[in-house]
Design a protein around this ligand. Structure first.
Ligand SMILES: [Fe+2]
Ligand SMILES: [Fe+2]
Length: 164
């Protein structure tokens, strides 16, 4: 049985992961509309990963006899200035999620909830990987510049990251 405070924060995290999934779906759509099919595919795949982060949390709530009480998910942004803008925002978003995970880890540790503390380590590693991934893409877009040819090549590079 988990403490109410932990259950509440885990519930909040579920909504944050769902928000991330929706944000990346909007970004994916913007990319497709603007001719960046590689980035569109990459973000579409990544949205599925964010959704799986939410369901993994829900499974943990189920396993610990804790109730899922979903709140409304905020409307994510849907208009972007450029491919660089999209990936700067994915990176900023991942930093926010890392902060939220770290706060949860802190809380679990301070309340001596070692089961949740241990469960959350998966998210700590995942955030490290995602920050590295998104920072890498953002930096490559910056380096390549904004000519049509560069953006075409960058989009192909991002497509390559999907393994498709
Ligand atoms: Fe996530
Ligand atoms: Fe993420």
């Amino acid at each position: 049985m988990l403490l109410d405070e932990i259950v509440k924060k885990l519930n909040d995290q579920v909504v944050k992961e769902m928000y991330a999934s929706n944000l990346y779906l909007n970004m994916s759509s913007w990319c497709y509309i603007n001719g960046y099919d590689g980035a569109g595919m990459f973000l579409f795949e990544h949205a599925k990963e964010e959704s799986s982060h939410a369901t993994k949390l829900i499974t943990y709530l189920n396993e610990t006899d804790s109730l899922l009480v979903l709140k409304a998910i905020d409307k994510p942004e849907s208009n972007f200035n450029s491919l660089l803008d999209v990936f700067e925002k994915t990176y900023e978003h991942e930093l926010k999620v890392t902060k939220s995970i770290n706060e949860l880890v802190d809380l679990a540790f301070s309340l001596k909830d070692y089961s949740t503390f241990n469960f959350l380590q998966w998210y700590v590693s995942e955030q490290h990987e995602e920050e590295t991934l998104f920072r890498g893409i953002k930096d490559k877009i910056s380096l390549a510049g904004s000519s049509d040819t560069s953006l075409y090549l960058i989009d192909e590079y991002i497509k390559g990251l999907t393994g498709k």
